[in-house]
Design a protein around this ligand. Structure first.
Ligand SMILES: Cc1cc2nc3c(=O)[nH]c(=O)nc-3n(C[C@H](O)[C@H](O)[C@H](O)COP(=O)(O)OP(=O)(O)OC[C@H]3O[C@@H](n4cnc5c(N)ncnc54)[C@H](O)[C@@H]3O)c2cc1C
Length: 344
C-alpha cells in the first residue's frame, strides 16, 4: 500500500518513481486485506486507544486520511462501502484487487521480482515474515503463524538500521487475529479469523482464565496476550448466548463452524462452566508488526539522512492498541513522496 501510494503521488507531482517489488505480484498485504481504510472518528479516541503511539505521527494520519481516501477515489479506486460499520471509526472499504490495479497504473513503473539499490523510500511492509526478527523483538511469545504476504521480512528495518535509523516504541507489539490453531492459507486469512473472544470465556492450556478486564473491540489486546501464554494458544469456550452474537455480517456460530479445532467442552482437560456448548483452540496469526523505524511528521527516518519510510516499516503509530495499517500506509506513503520530491 505505502510504496504504491508513494509512487502514484510522486508521479502525479512530476517525478519518475520506480517501485521495486520483491514479490511475484503487486499489492502486498493490501491485496489480501479486508481493505477498510479508516481512522477514529474522534481524535481523543485515537489517543485513548493507542496511548503509547507518537502523537505527532498520529495527528498526521488523523488529519490527512480523508484527503487520502478522496485521492484514491479520484484515481478510480472502487469503493465497496462508504462506512466502516463501526460507530467509533470513519473510512471506506475498497475492493482490494481494484485498488491494487488503480495504484499500479498510477504508479507507472512497477518492477516485479526486483530489489532496489539505494532506495529513497522504504515501504517493505514490516518484519512479520521473518521468524528470526519476530522471535528477537516480540518476546516473550510462542510461534506466530504468518497472516500476511510472505515477502515482508524486515528488509526495510535492516536497511534502515544499517543507515543509522532509530527505532520506535512498541517493537514487541504486533497486530493479528486469533485463528484456529492449525495451518492455514491466504484464502483463510479473513474468513477463518476467530473474532469473538469478547463473547467467550478464554482459558490457556493450563485451564487459567488469563485475560484481565474487558477485551477491546479489535481484540488485538487478547491476541497479543494469547501469544504470551504457554504454547501461545488459548481455548475459547462458548455457550448458546455467545454463539448467537453477531460480529459484522456473521454470527459467532458461523465463525466457529469454520474452525477445524472446535471440540466438545467435555473433551477439555479442565473444568468449564455449566452451559458451555463448544470450545475452539485458537492461536495468534501475525498480520503486521507495530514497532519499526522511527520517522518524523515528514516521513523522514530519524537517524538516517536522506531516507524516508512509510507503511508497516514505520513504527510507533498504533502503539499500545490498534489503528488502521492501511490508513497509515496511505497517508505516510503520500507524505514520503512529497518529502522526497521536496514538495512539502
Ligand atoms: C487478512 C488481512 C486483512 C487486513 N485487513 C485490514 C483492514 O481491513 N484495514 C486495514 O487498515 N488494514 C488491514 N490489514 C493490514 C494492511 O494490509 C497492512 O497494514 C498494509 O498492507 C501495510 O501496508 P504496507 O505498504 O506497509 O505493506 P504491504 O501492503 O504488505 O506492502 C509491502 C510490499 O513490500 C514488498 N516488499 C517486501 N520486501 C521488499 C523488498 N526488499 N524490496 C521490494 N519489495 C519488498 C512486499 O512484497 C509487499 O508487496 C489487513 C491485512 C491482512 C493480511
Amino acid at each position: 500500500m505505502a510504496g504504491l501510494s508513494a509512487a502514484a503521488r510522486a508521479r502525479e507531482l512530476g517525478g519518475a518513481p520506480v517501485v521495486y517489488e520483491k514479490g511475484t505480484r503487486a499489492g502486498g498485504s493490501m491485496l489480501l486485506s479486508s481493505c477498510v481504510i479508516w481512522r477514529f472518528r474522534e481524535w481523543d479516541d485515537f489517543r485513548t486507544e493507542c496511548p503509547s503511539g507518537d502523537e505527532l505521527l498520529q495527528r498526521v494520519v488523523w488529519e490527512r486520511l480523508d484527503e487520502g481516501i478522496a485521492w484514491l477515489e479520484s484515481l478510480g479506486a472502487p469503493v465497496v462501502a462508504h462506512e466502516t460499520g463501526n460507530p467509533r471509526t470513519v473510512g471506506k472499504r475498497f475492493d482490494p484487487s481494484g485498488l491494487t490495479d488503480v495504484l499500479v497504473r498510477a504508479a507507472g513503473d512497477v518492477r516485479l521480482g526486483e530489489r532496489a539499490i539505494g532506495p529513497e523510500i522504504l515501504a517493505t511492509g514490516g518484519f512479520q515474515g521473518s521468524a528470526e526478527l519476530v522471535a528477537e523483538h516480540i518476546r516473550p511469545a510462542g510461534r506466530l503463524r504468518l497472516r500476511a504476504n510472505p515477502w515482508s521480512s524486515g528488509d526495510g528495518l535492516k536497511l534502515g538500521l544499517e543507515r543509522g535509523a532509530a527505532l520506535s516504541a512498541g517493537m514487541d507489539e504486533f497486530y493479528g487475529r486469533n485463528m484456529p490453531d492449525t495451518d492455514f492459507s491466504e484464502g483463510d486469512f479473513v474468513p477463518a479469523a476467530q473474532l469473538y473472544g469478547r463473547y467467550s470465556r478464554v482459558y490457556n492450556e493450563q485451564g487459567q482464565e488469563f485475560f484481565e478486564g474487558a477485551v477491546s473491540w479489535s481484540e488485538n489486546d487478547l491476541v497479543q496476550t494469547t501469544a504470551r501464554q504457554p504454547g501461545a494458544r488459548a481455548w475459547y469456550v462458548l455457550d448458546d448466548a455467545a454463539l448467537g452474537q453477531r460480529v459484522r455480517e456473521r454470527t459467532v456460530a458461523d465463525m466457529v463452524a469454520l474452525a477445524p479445532t472446535r471440540v466438545d467442552p467435555s473433551d477439555l482437560p479442565f473444568e468449564v462452566p455449566a452451559g458451555a456448548r463448544v470450545a475452539v483452540r485458537v492461536a495468534p496469526g501475525i498480520t503486521h508488526t507495530i514497532g519499526g523505524l522511527r520517522i518524523d511528521e515528514q516521513a523522514r527516518v530519524v537517524g538516517a539522512e536522506g531516507l524516508h519510510a512509510a507503511g508497516a516499516d514505520v513504527g510507533g503509530i498504533s502503539t499500545g492498541g490498534y489503528a488502521s495499517g492501511l490508513a497509515a500506509a496511505l497517508v505516510f506513503g503520500r507524505v514520503a513522496a512529497e518529502g522526497a520530491l521536496d514538495r512539502l
